[in-house]
Design a binder for this molecule. Structure first.
Ligand code: M6R
Length: 604
């Protein structure tokens, strides 16, 4: 949610920052801005409503400088506009701030500043930070920023420039990510490594409550109270090419197609054939502790919540531990009973989602043990949890999640197998699941070869104004996720229901103009699912089934290969990613950057 990038060194800064912004655009894309320290002193800023390309078009030819900061915005306070775009400068144009996060006490601070005569140029909460820094009487820039942040409540990742201190950029973090990129006589600051990876793979991730001063040939980190901290640069696992589109038209398409190798990666090095189990290095949970777990509560948002639902059913099925998944955003506000024998699991692709992070912090405050199932290594949630399983899907750039969903579910299957084999899962069942897991990459590839057929179906269903998705038990989270995917990128209204609930209300919606996608695995519930399709047919509803064999009641069937019953949901979701993709494409949608959304929701 909002991307920040900054550079200090010897190179021409504007092209570097614009390139960084392009790479961060998935974090927010309603307006963008850039400020540089001009060669003859002073700060020069350009801002534009719209995408980074709009900003690029406005940057003058002569915009030379070697230090600058930039921002791409996802609006919270104030509509997308030139004025509300960051960086925010003070009245004299000496201080510039880019901010990711939310200032909770912005109205109160704004009122005080206005009473003191400050004239605001935007409606944003972020602008208060600029004026507080500008009005500080402290001597150093670091001290000015520190003084300002002392009275700011809320979350922030910020980068600050000051015309009187042209040799440095000061950054600070509280709740919104900030990484430093360490180069040869040049330094970067960004909210994500994506912005700097084509220049350096050496990074330092700031902790909450940490600040940094970047100079061209040096950096130092310290707490907001001024105590020096040690920061040893780490090498980023991924190469710059992992953030490219790799010949595909969209990131979403690339990421759907990458799933066979992504699943292979999450399995790699973890399977133990001798004991028909898996090794999960970062779990920090010994066998005795695992045996003592009485419940599992999984917390995530959006797609990760859906992956958690499948995870819960895997854990309950394979380890026989009662488990459920709940939206983290709801959990944290209902004063939940925190039970010492419950294992809590936070799920997040980005590892940044504020609602999930806040739920983890609340749980830890109450003494709970919390594990993470996270994709981004070293992210806030990964660091806040007591251990966990990395999902290893690789960078996911498209706002909608595809390969991360699949890999998260596979990571849950590994965890469930691990817990099951410590408890009562037999060697034979362990072996059965391992064989199923090993078959997944090839089976996913087989599904991907049906893309042309799915594209034709999508062209047909793209005319629908509204669609119903149904599934039973394991199929229900698949229906939920498929319906979320469709609405996120095609803007077609979609509902997801357990097939068993149809006749309790939603059946009233069924008519020829409301097609249904039915998840129909070949399992013990096959006949029940067929009965639900009968009910829909009897009301002249059209049906697209995702099934292991042709379904006569359906108008169309997409066939998926059969795996073990427990692992079938992983495969059944894949053709529906393609269906959502091609439906959105047929409707001419901006697939990688759907309206109103951003990838990392770092605000409440
Ligand atoms: O990074 P996270 O997994 O924590 O993100 C949670 C949701 O915001 C995210 O899954 C969202 O639902 C996606 N747009 C799904 O495609």
């Amino acid at each position: 949610m909002c991307g920040i990038v900054g550079y200090i060194g010897k190179r021409d800064v504007a092209p570097l920052l614009l390139e960084g912004l392009q790479r961060l655009e998935y974090r927010g894309y309603d307006s963008a801005g850039i400020v540089i320290a001009g060669k003859s002193g002073g700060l020069k800023a350009v801002k534009a409503k719209g995408r980074v390309r709009e900003l690029e078009a406005r940057v003058p030819k002569r915009f030379a400088g070697t230090t600058g900061i930039a921002h791409t915005r996802w609006a919270t306070h104030g509509a997308p506009s030139d004025e509300n775009a960051h960086p925010h400068l003070d009245t004299e144009g000496k201080v510039a701030v880019v901010h990711n996060g939310i200032v909770d006490n912005a109205s109160e601070l704004r009122a005080k500043l206005e009473a003191d005569g400050v004239v605001f140029a935007s409606e944003t909460d972020s602008e208060v930070i600029t004026h507080l820094i500008a009005r500080s009487q402290a001597v150093s820039l670091e001290e000015k920023v520190r003084e300002a942040l002392k009275i700011v409540e809320g979350t922030y990742g910020i980068a600050v420039m000051h015309a009187d201190f042209p040799d440095r950029i000061v950054a600070a973090r509280n709740g919104s990510p900030v990484v430093l990129g360490i180069g040869e006589k040049e330094m970067f600051v960004a909210s994500d490594v994506a912005a700097l990876i084509s220049h350096t793979r050496q990074v330092v991730t700031l902790d909450d409550g940490e600040m940094a001063t970047l100079k061209a040939d040096d950096f130092r980190t310290y707490t907001t109270s001024g105590t020096r901290t040690t920061a040893t640069p780490e090498t980023v696992e991924w190469e710059a090419a992992s953030y490219d589109m790799g010949g595909h038209d969209t990131y979403m398409h690339k990421e759907i197609c990458e799933q066979p190798e992504a699943v292979d990666r999450v399995l790699r090095g973890r399977i133990d054939d001798k004991f028909s189990t898996v090794h999960l290095g970062g779990l920090n949970l010994d066998a005795r502790e695992a045996r003592g777990i009485r419940r599992v509560k999984i917390l995530g948002c959006g797609t990760s919540y859906h992956a958690g639902m499948i995870g819960a059913s895997l854990i309950e099925g394979l380890a026989r531990i009662p488990a459920d998944s709940e939206p983290a955003s709801e959990f944290r506000y209902r004063n939940p009973v925190v039970d010492p024998d419950t294992l809590y699991i936070a799920v997040s692709q980005s590892g940044e989602t504020y609602d999930v992070l806040a739920a983890v912090q609340e749980l830890k405050r109450k003494g709970a043990r919390v594990l993470g199932v996270v994709n981004v290594v070293g992210s806030a949630i990964a660091r806040e949890t007591d251990g966990g399983v990395y999902v290893h899907a690789g960078p996911e750039v498209c706002v909608v999640s595809t390969k991360c969903f699949t890999n998260t579910v596979v990571a849950f299957a590994l965890l469930a197998l691990h817990l099951g084999r410590i408890r009562d899962l037999s060697v034979a069942d362990g072996k059965r699941i391992i064989e199923g897991l090993r078959a997944l990459p090839e089976q996913i590839q087989e599904i991907l070869t049906q893309e042309e057929d799915i594209k034709k179906l999508a062209a047909d269903y793209a005319e629908a104004k509204s669609m119903m998705f149904i599934g039973r038990v394991r199929g229900y989270p698949v229906a939920l996720e498929a319906s979320l995917k469709l609405k996120e990128i095609s803007y077609i209204h979609a509902e997801a229901y357990p097939a068993s609930e149809l006749k309790h209300g939603p059946l009233a919606l069924i008519e020829p103009a409301m097609p249904t996608v039915a998840i129909v695995p070949d399992d013990s519930l096959l006949e029940k699912n067929r009965a639900a399709m009968e009910e829909i047919k009897a009301r002249s509803g059209r049906i697209l089934a995702v099934a292991h064999r042709e379904q006569e009641k359906a108008d169309h069937t997409i066939l998926v290969p059969k795996n073990e019953d427990e692992l079938d949901p992983i495969l059944m979701g894949i053709p529906l990613q393609l269906l959502a993709y091609h439906t959105a494409l047929a409707l001419g949608r901006d697939i990688d950057k759907p309206r109103n959304l951003a990838k990392s929701v770092t605000v409440e």
